[in-house]
Design a protein around this ligand. Structure first.
Ligand code: ADP
Ligand code: ASP
Ligand code: MG
Length: 423
């Protein structure tokens, strides 16, 4: 008998028919003798719908108090899901009980809309499991020290599930979703993408941090910190497939590097449309300018990603960096009002139409010329590179957004990731 945490995403919970299928699948695992905790997301589209309602009523400047209410609102999507799933399980004859995050409780920081989990009390959950019940816990939400409801950021149910699995020392955390595993790149963009049977934790961490939305990055961080075995698999297979077969399906995130395994040099391609580029032109080139520009941006709580500074000419240089899309307007305002006049820079320009495309692979450590191959591939497609950033196991480029799909497909082919064409 094993203790299994199962997470079901929005599409998997998208209708009462889908929820009934989830209930049958969960009941099957329980009947096979396993203790099961389920962490569902809101029904697909529901979180967007709720956030849209808030926008209708508050189109102007947003106060910190607004974000508290946003979490109160957004967290309700998951509460509907746990209630419905528990009802569906009971209708299957499977004893089940549902809890909101605050009832467990799942304690978080107070950073509304992007709270972090600090601790999870497992007493109640264990008692229910020992009494033969399936326990269903809301994804995405928790409670802060003062008793306010918080949410964990978009895609946060992944993190709830892995954190619950860590707290319970579960044998495995199964992330059921609308694809049958982790692919070499998003299969919706590249139909030739291949499913991997396993991926190393380090590579998955890079893929998630570089924009691959199949898992929220914090869920991967949790898995690493607490060594939680995580498997991504499909909730769209027939619900009654054999438990032993299902338990081996999808993609497993592995921690041990298999010495025998021939590593592909590049194992995956990630992309991200959620950043914008800011360039400050004609900056006097003297010590401290990077700090003057980026220090002010950091003080405004804006996360900066890729940074470049050009070679200076006549004592002046240009400085560019990327920020999250939603922070572009705010950062531009800050730079125009305060930083540019203070620095005596010539101009500042924001470009929201960029994207970042990255190649990821542990094999890059031991192979030279991988980045060069990436640049050559992009040049053959006539794609101009605006910025470059590298680390040991990834190379990222910032390019015009309109070339994103072309770049991802060309790189996928060039690094021989395409599925072999059947004869
Ligand atoms: P859920 O609602 O189950 O959380 P998400 O939409 O958050 O599902 O994540 C699953 C989606 O992630 C897939 O439908 C797929 O389009 C996308 N995706 C992006 N990159 C990858 C990848 N490398 N492998 C598999 N899926 C990916
Ligand atoms: N419902 C939340 C969202 O849409 C959390 C999740 O689905 O993981 O972001
Ligand atoms: Mg998701």
């Amino acid at each position: 008998m094993a203790l299994i945490v199962q997470k079901y995403g929005g599409t998997s919970m998208g209708s009462t028919e889908r929820i009934a299928q989830v209930a049958k699948r969960v009941a099957k695992w329980a009947r096979a003798g396993h203790q099961v905790v389920v962490v569902p997301s809101a029904m697909s589209g529901e979180t967007n719908r709720l956030l849209g309602l808030a926008k209708e009523l508050a189109p102007g400047k947003l106060t910190p108090d607004y974000y508290r209410e946003l979490d109160m609102l957004a967290s309700t999507g998951e509460q509907v899901s746990v209630g419905l799933l528990s009802i569906a399980l009971q209708a299957e004859g499977q004893p089940a009980v549902s809890y909101a995050g605050w009832q467990v409780p799942i304690r978080t920081t107070s950073a509304y809309t992007k709270a972090r989990i600090e601790s999870i009390d497992d007493a109640k959950v264990r008692a229910d499991l020992n009494a033969g019940r399936v326990v269903i816990i809301t994804g995405f939400q928790g409670i802060d020290e003062a008793g306010n409801i918080t949410t964990l950021g978009r895609g946060g149910s992944d993190t709830s599930a892995v954190a619950v699995a860590a707290a319970l020392k579960a044998d495995e955390c199964l992330i059921f979703t609308d694809v049958d595993g982790i692919y070499t790149t998003d299969p919706r963009v590249v139909p030739e993408a291949r499913r991997m049977t396993s991926i190393s934790f380090e590579e998955m961490l890079e893929m998630a941090s570089l924009g691959s939305k199949v898992l929220q990055i914090r869920s991967v961080e949790f898995a690493g910190k607490y060594r939680v075995p995580v498997r991504v698999l499909s909730s769209f297979t027939p619900w009654d497939i054999d438990v032993a077969v299902e338990a081996q399906s999808g993609t497993l995130i592995t921690f041990e590097e298999d010495e025998q395994m021939e590593h592909a040099v590049v194992s995956g391609i990630a992309f991200n449309r959620d950043e914008a580029k800011i360039s400050v032109f004609g900056v006097p080139d003297r010590p401290g300018i990077a700090y003057q520009i980026l220090g002010a941006v950091a003080d405004a709580n804006v996360e900066v990603d890729v940074i470049i500074q050009n070679v200076s000419k006549d004592g002046k240089t240009d400085f560019s960096f990327t920020v999250p899309h939603p922070d572009l307007a705010r950062t531009m305002e800050l730079l125009k009002d305060k930083v540019v006049p203070q620095l005596g820079a010539a101009d500042v320009v924001g470009d929201p139409r960029i994207c970042k495309v990255s190649i990821v692979g542990i094999g890059m450590r031991s192979h030279a010329g991988v980045a060069a191959k990436m640049f050559r591939t992009l040049s053959e497609e006539g794609i101009n590179i605006q910025m470059i950033s590298t680390s040991e196991i990834k190379t990222s480029v910032v390019i015009d957004e309109k070339y994103m799909e072309l770049a991802v497909r060309a790189l996928h082919r060039a690094f021989e990731l395409d599925m072999p064409k059947s004869a």
